[in-house]
Design a protein around this ligand. Structure first.
Ligand SMILES: *Cc1c(COP(=O)(O)O)cnc(C)c1O
Length: 389
C-alpha cells in the first residue's frame, strides 16, 4: 500500500495483538468473559447502565428496532445522509421508512424539518414510532430538541452513533442515552475503535437490554424466571421464547475492543489534531470545511469538505477522480439513501430532500485516521490543490 492513503483505517498496537493471542490460548473463543468485560467498559465510558455487544452495528440497529417493537404497521424516520444500515433496520422489521432532510451546517437531521413533518404526520394520523438520528462524522445531532419532539409526539429514539464513540454532546459522552432509548456503536475497522466487525447497543432501560440480549442469541433464555410453565421434568437448562438470531460477538473480538477502549481518548485527540491542521491548510482552497456546533465535541470519524464548484472549473466527479488518481482514496459519505435503486423502487425520487442532495453534489471525505502522519496529510492537501485549482 505504499503511497496509497485510505480515507480511514484502524490503529492496532502490540498490546491489542497480545490480548487477542491471550484469548486464542484461553478456554473461550466465544461466550466467555471478554464480552461482558467489553460491554462494561463501554457502558462505564458512556455513563450508561447496560450494553449489549453484537457482531455489527447493523445487527444492533435491527435488535434495537425489535426491542422497541417495530413491526409491519409502523413508521420509522431517519436521515438520508447516512449509511444504508440506518434505514434498512426498519425494513428488516417490515416497517415503512421515511427521511427527514438535513441541516445545512451540521449535515445532521434538521430539527425544523422534523418538526414540520411531524405536524403534517399528526394531521395525517401517520406519526413515526421511532426516529433514528445519525451523528454524522461524530458530531452529535441536536438531541435536546429531538428529545422534546419525542415527548410531544410520542416517538422513541435510537441514536445511530456508529461514527461517534468518544464524542460528546454538551460535555457528556455520546451513548449516555439521556436523550434516547438506545444508542448504537459500530466497531468496523474504519470507525473510531475496532473489533474487526462488531457493534453495541447501549441503554439505561433494563427491559430493553434484556430483550436485546435475548434477540442476539436466538431468543433463548437460560433464566428460569423467564421460562414458560411446564411440568418440572420438562424444564431443562434453556427455552426459546422469542424468534432471535445469532448476532453474538466473539471473545476474540471483545478482547480487541476492550484493549482499544484504553486508547479511545488518544484516538479522538489525534483526530482533533488532524482536523485542526486540515482547517488551517485548506484555508486557501476552494472548499468548505466541516462546521462544528458549540454543543459538540466530535469524534471526527470523517472530515468531509464541500467543493465550491462555482470557483472550480471541473465537476464534482472530476475532482474526486483526480484526487483518487494521485493515490488519495477519498470517499463520498453518502449518496442519499433514498436515491439507492432499492429505495427508488419504493417510489422515492430525486428532489425529495434538496439539502441532502446539495451536500451529496459537493461532498468529498478526505483521509482521517489516528495513525496518519503530517507528511501524509501534506500529500492529501497537495493532491487536492492539484485537483481543485
Ligand atoms: C458503519 C455504519 C453502520 C453499520 O455498521 P456495521 O458495524 O458495519 O454494521 C451503520 N450506520 C452508520 C451511520 C455507519 O456509518
Amino acid at each position: 500500500m505504499t503511497g496509497v492513503i485510505p480515507y480511514g483505517r484502524q490503529d492496532i498496537s502490540e498490546a491489542d495483538i497480545q490480548t487477542v493471542v491471550d484469548v486464542l490460548r484461553s478456554d473461550f473463543l466465544t461466550q466467555g468473559p471478554a464480552v461482558p468485560s467489553f460491554e462494561k467498559s463501554v457502558a462505564d465510558y458512556c455513563s450508561a447502565q447496560h450494553a449489549v455487544a453484537v457482531n455489527s452495528a447493523t445487527s444492533a440497529l435491527h435488535i434495537a428496532c425489535l426491542a422497541l417493537e417495530i413491526g409491519p404497521n409502523d413508521v420509522v424516520w431517519t436521515t438520508p445522509v447516512t449509511f444504508v444500515a440506518s434505514a434498512n433496520c426498519a425494513l428488516y422489521c417490515e416497517a415503512t421508512v421515511d427521511f427527514i432532510d438535513i441541516d445545512p451546517l451540521t449535515y445532521n437531521m434538521s430539527m425544523p424539518n422534523l418538526a414540520e413533518k411531524l405536524l403534517q404526520a399528526e394531521q395525517a394520523g401517520k406519526l413515526p414510532k421511532v426516529v433514528i438520528p445519525v451523528h454524522l462524522c461524530g458530531q452529535s445531532c441536536d438531541m435536546a430538541s429531538l428529545y422534546a419532539l419525542g415527548q410531544k409526539y410520542g416517538f422513541k429514539i435510537i441514536e445511530d452513533a456508529s461514527h461517534a464513540i468518544g464524542g460528546k454532546y454538551r460535555g457528556k459522552p455520546i451513548g449516555n442515552c439521556c436523550y434516547s432509548d438506545i444508542t448504537v456503536f459500530s466497531f468496523h475497522p474504519v470507525k473510531i475503535i475496532t473489533t474487526g466487525e462488531g457493534g453495541m447497543a447501549i441503554t439505561n432501560d433494563a427491559g430493553l437490554a434484556k430483550k436485546m440480549e435475548l434477540l442476539r442469541c436466538h431468543g433463548i433464555t437460560s433464566d428460569a424466571a423467564d421460562m414458560h410453565a411446564r411440568p418440572p421434568e420438562e424444564i431443562w437448562n434453556y427455552q426459546q421464547i422469542e424468534l432471535g438470531f445469532n448476532y453474538r460477538m466473539t471473545d476474540i473480538q471483545a478482547a480487541l475492543g476492550l484493549s482499544q477502549m484504553q486508547r479511545l481518548d488518544v484516538f479522538i485527540s489525534k483526530r482533533h489534531d488532524i482536523a485542526r491542521r486540515y482547517d488551517e491548510m485548506l484555508d486557501d482552497l476552494p472548499v468548505m470545511k466541516p462546521w462544528q456546533h458549540a454543543d459538540s465535541y466530535s469524534s471526527f470519524h470523517l472530515y468531509p469538505v464541500r467543493l465550491k464548484l462555482a470557483e472550480i472549473k471541473k465537476t464534482h466527479r472530476q475532482v474526486y477522480e483526480e484526487i483518487r488518481a494521485q493515490g488519495i482514496l477519498v470517499n463520498l459519505h453518502y449518496i442519499p439513501v433514498y436515491l439507492q435503486p432499492y429505495y427508488e423502487k419504493m417510489g422515492f425520487r430525486e428532489g425529495y430532500c434538496p439539502e441532502a442532495e446539495r451536500y451529496y453534489s459537493e461532498a468529498i471525505s478526505i483521509p482521517m485516521y489516528p495513525t496518519m502522519s503530517e507528511t501524509q496529510q501534506d500529500q492529501v492537501v497537495e493532491a487536492m490543490r492539484k485537483a481543485a485549482c
